[in-house]
Write a protein that binds this ligand. Structure first.
Ligand code: 5GP
Ligand code: MG
Ligand code: MG
Length: 189
């Protein structure tokens, strides 16, 4: 397809194989998720925990779509593995700046693939006595069913392809694309 028709592509157009989710589809889904979360947390204050760096664009749009007061924290983790898959061995690169005891924590993730990163993260955060702990992930891949991770809010179930854009990178590139797509095979060579 022609990504140019879908808005600015930051010059990445020639690298894109196909667009999986357009800017508009993402916007509509975020509005839907935000309405759900707004209703579920009525009367509460929510602490959004964004997982760096992939969830940054999602968190920014999601927080603005919510109609409840939220606070923001970020965590950066690295899961040892190749550029395109994770191993489940997780290391904290940047921890939360404060205590989450008694807080209603909503973890925002870009994508759940094997689910290993998230499973580790939930165990870690769950040990810090939050009042509640839930996950909202924009994308989920089929392999995620293999690991039992309770994810309350899911944007899209997508096929088992490596995707980039809207926060998701390949070798730190393409995070700034407004849509989610796949790369041409030659980009990986
Ligand atoms: P998991 O531990 O669930 O296998 O992987 C989680 C992390 O791997 C995600 O937060 C993301 O950083 C990376 N990841 C998994 N699948 C994809 C993908 O299709 N595209 C990109 N860019 N990153 C992915
Ligand atoms: Mg992530
Ligand atoms: Mg990455």
């Amino acid at each position: 397809s022609a990504p140019g028709a879908l808005g600015p592509d930051h010059g990445y157009g020639p690298d894109i194989d196909h667009v999986l989710l357009s800017e508009e589809q993402i916007r509509d889904k975020i509005a839907e998720l935000a309405a759900q979360v707004t209703a579920d947390y009525a009367g509460k204050e929510v602490l959004l925990v964004g997982v760096l760096k992939g969830a940054v664009l999602f968190m920014s749009d999601f927080a603005r779509a919510l109609q409840i007061p939220t606070q923001m924290e970020f965590m950066a983790v690295s899961s040892y593995g190749s550029a395109t898959s994770s191993s489940g061995v997780v290391r904290i690169l940047k921890d939360l700046d404060r205590d989450i005891t008694g807080k209603h924590v909503l973890v925002l993730e870009d994508i759940i693939d094997s689910g290993l990163t998230l499973s580790w993260l939930l165990k870690n955060l769950g040990g810090r006595s939050p009042a509640s702990l839930e996950v909202c992930a924009l994308l989920r891949k089929p392999d995620a069913v293999k690991v039992e991770v309770p994810v309350k809010y899911i944007g899209f179930d997508i096929p088992n392809e490596f995707v980039i854009g809207y926060g998701l990178d390949y070798a730190e590139r393409y995070r700034d694309l407004p849509y989610i797509g796949t790369l041409k095979p030659e980009v990986y060579q």
